[in-house]
Design a binder for this molecule. Structure first.
Ligand SMILES: *Cc1c(COP(=O)(O)O)cnc(C)c1O
Length: 420
């Protein structure tokens, strides 16, 4: 793309954008005077679609009108409510419906998946993560090691960027596995790194891990609704992601879980059980011996919170209508424009650490500002620009194709330049 650095040009891109109508379908937060924020933190908490309220209200009404009978009598019967989400969620992550379920929250799902897929032995027990993994994933993995009786320092293997670099190199993963693969039981990797925005080649990670008989799991918290992963074809064993970031489903909303089809009928896998992963035909007979369901549904434990699922349903209906392909096309253009404008700032102080190849990133750009501190973030906020600050010197900004305009991006960079 040959972008231009002007407000008129940004406005022109908005006019040409066939998805620009979507912005009006979201609540955009404003300051006290009613000026809209420039919202760049959809990677932390996505904005609320206006129709979400209607979806939740429907369930509140059915609860008021039917009480417990709502499990069967509600317009969208609660008993099978999670099934309304499966097909659309499967499309978003490139999976088959049998491979996907919405349940619990992300870190909980990672633990439940590790209960099944982290089966350490005396010699093969280590877990590999990326060195700047999201803290929750690191803690989860450390606690799994300790739970199984291993020393977390000894058991944790880190895939690190090279000295002086920020991004991970696949050939370094290859050499770690070459040297230590026989000791490693599990790879748990963020598919899109939360800090750098780097989108890793999931299929390659799967191949490298499997070549050493490791299980391979992917955290897609920063991928779902952002990039178009092909979880099924990537052949990884499992994945989990939250729905409150790019999937706009509300604070603390439920998470997604993927288990590859080849494990769908593996009754031999150890797993935790509850009534919700018991065969739904006989679930309410209550006294049957445990009979686990096939596919991803076989990892559920509890009957799920319908009000949260209603918000997810509202969001997924939007994603289904627009399609990830169109969103991704806009996203590449929007982030490309953002990158172009930042590179136009003539300053040694500022550097984008996210990969410049659009195939190796989602919408987020992580901007490193040398010698800056959190006061820069504060000043951006005072200018109605909502970004995320990561110590020591990185601003993470996510122009989200559903509700961020080219004009937002232009205005943001004008302010950033002024503040530098
Ligand atoms: C956001 C995020 C989490 C948060 O976990 P919760 O269980 O939803 O609180 C965990 N891991 C990654 C990689 C994330 O981006």
């Amino acid at each position: 793309m040959n972008y231009q650095n002007s407000l008129d040009y940004a406005k022109q891109l908005d006019q040409q954008d066939s998805l620009s109508y979507l912005r009006k379908e979201f609540h955009i937060p404003t300051d006290k005077q009613g000026n809209e924020w420039l919202y760049f933190t959809g990677n932390s908490l996505g904005l609320q679609p206006k129709h979400t309220q209607k979806y939740i209200q429907q369930e509140l009404d059915d609860w008021a009108n039917f009480g417990v009978e709502g499990h069967f009598e509600a317009q969208n019967p609660w008993l099978s409510y999670h099934e309304f989400l499966t097909d659309n969620m499967a499309k978003i992550v490139g999976a088959k419906p049998i491979e996907v379920v919405v349940m619990n929250t992300l870190t909980t799902n990672l633990h439940l998946l590790m209960a099944s897929f982290y089966q350490p032995t005396k010699t093969k027990y280590k877990i590999l993560i990326e060195s700047d993994a999201f803290p929750s994933d690191r803690y989860a993995v450390q606690s799994q090691l300790e739970f199984h009786g291993y020393d977390a320092n000894d058991g944790l293997v880190e895939w690190k960027p090279r000295e002086g670099e920020e991004l991970l190199r696949m050939e370094d993963l290859e050499s770690i596995l070459e040297e230590q693969g026989d000791d490693i039981a599990l790879l748990l990797i963020g598919g899109v790194n939360y800090y750098t925005g780097q989108y890793l080649d999931l299929k390659k990670i799967g191949e490298l891990g499997h070549a050493k008989n490791c299980m391979v799991g992917i955290d897609l918290a920063h991928g779902a609704g952002n990039i178009q992963p092909n979880l099924h074809d990537s052949n990884v064993d499992f994945a989990a992601w939250c729905t409150y970031k790019y999937l706009n489903s509300g604070p603390g909303s439920l998470a997604g879980l993927f288990v590859h089809e080849r494990h769908a009928n593996r009754k031999d896998l150890p797993r935790f059980a509850g009534w919700w992963n018991h065969n739904k035909e006989t679930r309410f007979n209550m006294r049957q011996p445990f009979d686990v369901m096939s596919g991803a549904e076989g990892w559920q434990l509890s009957n799920p919170p319908i009000l949260s699922m209603a918000a997810i349903r509202a969001s997924l209906d939007m994603f289904a209508k627009v399609g990830m392909k169109a969103l991704r096309e806009k996203s590449e253009k929007l982030t490309g424009f953002f990158e172009y404008l930042i590179n136009q700032i003539d300053s040694d102080q500022i550097q984008i650490i996210t990969p410049s190849n659009p195939k190796e990133r989602g919408c987020q750009l992580s901007i490193q500002v040398k010698n800056a501190d959190k006061s820069l973030h504060k000043k951006l906020t005072e200018n109605n620009i909502i970004t995320d600050w990561r110590e020591p010197d990185v601003i993470r900004c996510a122009p989200v194709p559903m509700y961020t305009s080219f004009e937002d991006v232009y205005r943001m960079v004008v302010v950033l330049k002024k503040l530098l």
